[in-house]
Design a protein around this ligand. Structure first.
Ligand SMILES: [Zn+2]
Length: 165
């Protein structure tokens, strides 16, 4: 899924309590991609990696440096996520619920990445198992995703306030 959708899903699932919580969940929601693909784009920008051709579908992954795959394994594993969740809990002496946005990101990616391009290694490092899902760039996923987000945010900002849930 694109990182803006991830951030919006993270925000609405794990950050509804206040604006501060929303900002945190929004950032946690996009973090798994920012800390993997984001770094790749910084490398491309800095001339350290070749620029991929996005007109090719699926995008070529053979020019992506190995470090990005490694980072992707770390940031898209539910096992690493669980470990970090409890680590943050131990550090802050309370569960950081907004961090669940990170887990939501992984769960959405499991079903919206096919084996052709970065299938989600959600059981890494214990297992390389993945689900070959439907790529999020397909209109059958991308368009309903936008409408679902619009609908949920409309509910959150308008109807919910009126109905006083
Ligand atoms: Zn992702």
């Amino acid at each position: 899924m694109d990182f803006i959708s991830h951030a919006l899903w993270g925000g609405i699932v794990a950050g509804r309590k206040s604006k501060k919580h929303f900002r945190q969940a929004f950032l946690f929601g996009m973090a798994p991609d920012v800390l993997s693909f984001g770094i790749f784009f910084v490398m491309v920008f800095g001339g350290m990696a070749e620029r991929p051709d996005f007109r090719i579908e699926p995008p070529q992954d053979d020019i992506i440096p190995q470090i990005i795959f490694t980072l992707y394994n770390y940031t898209h594993s539910l096992i690493v996520f669980g470990f970090l969740f409890f680590l943050l809990w131990a550090i802050f002496k309370k569960p950081i619920w907004t961090f669940l946005a990170w887990g939501v990101h992984i769960i959405l990616d499991i079903f919206t990445h096919s084996e052709a391009f970065f299938p989600t290694p959600f059981l890494w490092p214990i297992s390389d198992y993945y689900v070959s899902g439907i790529p999020w760039s397909r209109p059958s996923i991308f368009i309903p995703n936008i409408f679902l987000l619009l609908f949920i945010y409309a509910w959150f900002f308008f109807w919910r306030k009126k109905a006083k849930f």
